[in-house]
Design a protein around this ligand. Structure first.
Ligand code: URP
Ligand code: ZN
Ligand code: ZN
Length: 487
C-alpha cells in the first residue's frame, strides 16, 4: 500500500526562505512529508529540472462583479479560476462588492452562490464597503468578519463608491475594534473630477486623457491622507494598486516612522505606461485602469519598491472588461475617457510576467518572488501557513515551474473570458507546467483536470496580528492632540 497519494521527486522546492532539493509527499489534501527518498506514492511526478513553488495567491481581482457604473466583468468564477490556475495561482481573493443600499449579508450570499458551483481553485472574499451606515458598521460588518471575511476595500474616488474622510475614520475605527484590515483605493476624487471636467470642456476625451485626469498628485495626496487617517485611529492600512513613485514615497515615509502601512503593486505598473493609452483610435481604452500606468521612471521606482520590501504584495487587480459593447465600449464605439470601464485583465499572466522579468531577468531574488506572490498575501490576509508556503501540514497547493519555458503571451493561449490581453506579444521565460490545489492536479499537459465547483471557500482568520491590542479610547494630551490611547 503506497504511503502517499502523490510524491513529487527530484524537483527543487522554493519557499520565501529556502531552496531545497527534496521530495514532497502528499496525502489527501495536505503536504504530509518533505525529504529525500520518500516512500512510494500512488502516483509519482518526476520534477527533474523544475522548480516547485507555493501556488500563487492573487489577493486583488474582480470576478463576476458589477462595476459601480453597471458593467459586468467578463469573467465568472469558472473562467477566472481556470485562468488563475493556468498561470500558477491556486487561491484568489476577489471582492464581494456592496452597492449603496445593499445589505452585506445579501451581497456575500450572492457572491458565494456564484462562486460555489464554478470555482476550480480555493477562494476567499474581501468586502467592498460603499455604504457604511450605522447598521452596516455596527452589526453587519462585525458578523461578516466573524464569518471569515476579515478585510475590506474602501474607495476615495468613484461617484458611487467614494467615502468621505469622516466615513473613512468610522471604517478604520471599526476595523481596529473588530481586528480587520482596511484596504484603500487612494485617489483624490475632486482632483480627478476637476481635471476631467476641464479636459472634456477642451474636447480632450481620448483614452490618453484618462491618465492625465488621474494625476500622480491625486494618488499621492490621497495616499498621504489615508495614512494620516489610519495613524489618527492607530490602525493598520493596506494601500492597493500603487502606481507612482510619489505615492510609494508616502508609503515609505510612513513605514520608516513605524506605522503599520502595507501596500501592493500590480503588473500594469511594471509593464505598461501611459503611452499605451495613446494608441490609435480607441485601442488606448484597453489600457485604462485606475490609477493609470505612468512612465518608464515610475516603472523603475515601482520595481525598486517591490525589491526593497516597501511593497509586500504583487496582485493582478484583474478587472476584465472586454473591448466590445459589454465592456470598454459599453457607451458606444467612441466613448470619452470618463465613459470607459476602468480595469485591465492579468490573473493568468501575473506570476509569469514577474517570474520572467524579475527572477529570470535577475532583478529579483526568487525568494522575494515567492514572498510577494504567495507567502505575504497568505500572512496578511489570514491564511498562513495553510496557504502560501510548502510545509508539512500546509495545503498541497503547488506550482511546478519549468523555469526555461519560453512563451509568447497572446489572447489565444489564455483561459480567461477576455478578447484581448494588454501584454499581447510579450515574450516571457518560465511558466508553471503542473499546478496542484489541495493535492488535486488542476493543470497538467496544458489541460484542465478538475471539475467545476471543486474549489473551496476559505474562511480567513482575523487580522489580529496586524492590529494593536486594546480598545480605542480617545484621549486629548496637553498639546491638544487626539491620541488613540491603548488600554
Ligand atoms: O481600474 C481599476 N483598477 N479597476 C478595478 C477596480 C479597482 O479600483 O480596483
Ligand atoms: Zn481600486
Ligand atoms: Zn481592483
Amino acid at each position: 500500500m503506497p504511503a502517499f497519494d502523490l510524491v513529487i521527486r527530484n524537483g527543487e522546492t522554493v519557499t520565501a526562505t529556502d531552496r531545497v532539493c527534496q521530495d514532497i509527499g502528499i496525502l489527501d489534501d495536505r503536504i504530509a512529508a518533505l525529504g529525500t527518498n520518500l516512500e512510494a506514492g500512488k502516483r509519482e511526478i518526476d520534477a527533474q529540472g523544475k522548480l516547485i513553488l507555493p501556488g500563487g495567491i492573487d489577493a486583488h481581482c474582480h470576478v463576476e462583479q458589477m462595476s459601480s457604473s453597471g458593467i459586468m466583468t467578463s469573467d465568472d468564477f469558472y473562467s477566472a479560476s481556470v485562468s488563475a490556475a493556468f498561470g500558477g495561482t491556486t487561491t484568489i481573493i476577489p471582492f464581494a462588492a456592496q452597492h449603496r443600499g445593499q445589505s452585506l449579508r445579501a451581497v456575500v450570499d450572492d457572491y458565494m452562490a456564484c462562486a460555489e458551483p464554478k470555482a476550480v481553485i480555493d477562494y476567499a472574499f474581501h468586502l467592498i464597503i460603499s455604504d457604511p451606515t450605522d447598521a452596516v458598521m455596527g452589526q453587519e460588518l462585525p458578523a461578516m468578519i466573524e464569518d471569515g471575511i476579515s478585510s475590506f476595500k474602501i474607495y476615495m474616488t468613484y461617484d458611487a463608491l467614494k467615502l468621505d474622510d469622516y466615513e473613512i475614520l468610522e471604517v478604520l475605527a471599526t476595523a481596529r475594534r473588530e481586528e480587520a484590515l482596511v484596504m484603500v483605493h487612494a485617489e483624490n476624487h475632486d482632483v480627478i473630477r476637476w481635471l476631467s471636467e476641464r479636459l472634456l470642456d477642451q474636447g480632450c476625451g481620448n483614452p490618453k486623457y484618462h491618465a492625465v485626469s488621474h494625476s500622480r498628485i491625486a494618488e499621492s495626496e490621497a495616499t498621504h491622507r489615508a495614512i494620516a487617517l489610519a495613524e489618527l485611529v492607530d490602525t493598520p492600512l493596506f494601500i492597493v494598486h500603487v502606481s507612482s513613485e510619489e505615492a510609494l514615497n508616502e508609503i515609505r515615509r510612513s513605514q520608516a516612522r513605524g506605522l503599520k502601512v502595507m501596500a501592493e503593486t500590480c503588473p500594469q505598473y511594471l509593464f505598461l505606461t501611459a503611452k499605451d493609452l495613446d494608441k490609435e483610435g480607441m485601442i488606448g481604452a484597453k489600457f485604462c485602469c485606475s490609477p493609470p500606468p505612468r512612465d518608464e521612471s515610475a516603472q523603475e521606482a515601482i520595481w525598486e519598491g517591490l525589491i526593497d520590501g516597501s511593497f509586500q504584495v504583487f496582485s493582478s487587480d484583474h478587472a476584465p472588461y472586454r473591448f466590445d459593447a459589454t465592456g470598454k465600449l459599453s457607451a458606444g464605439p467612441n466613448p470619452n475617457f470618463k465613459q470607459i470601464a476602468n480595469g485591465v485583465p492579468g490573473l493568468e499572466v501575473r506570476m509569469p510576467l514577474l517570474f520572467s522579468a524579475g527572477v529570470v531577468g535577475e532583478r529579483m531574488d526568487i525568494h522575494r518572488f515567492v514572498e510577494v506572490t504567495a507567502t505575504n498575501p497568505a500572512k496578511i490576509y489570514g491564511m498562513y501557513p495553510r496557504k502560501g508556503t510548502i510545509e508539512v501540514g500546509s495545503d498541497a497547493d503547488l506550482a511546478i515551474w519549468d523555469p526555461e519555458k519560453q512563451v509568447t503571451i497572446s489572447i489565444d493561449m489564455l483561459h480567461d473570458n477576455m478578447d484581448y490581453t494588454p501584454y499581447e506579444g510579450k515574450e516571457v521565460t518560465g511558466w508553471p507546467e503542473i499546478v496542484l490545489s489541495r493535492g488535486r492536479i488542476v493543470v497538467e499537459d496544458n489541460s484542465l483536470m478538475v471539475e467545476r465547483g471543486s474549489g473551496e471557500y476559505l474562511r480567513r482568520a482575523r487580522a489580529s496580528s496586524a492590529q494593536p491590542t486594546g480598545n480605542l479610547v480617545p484621549e486629548v494630551d496637553e498639546n491638544s492632540n487626539f491620541n488613540a490611547k491603548i488600554l
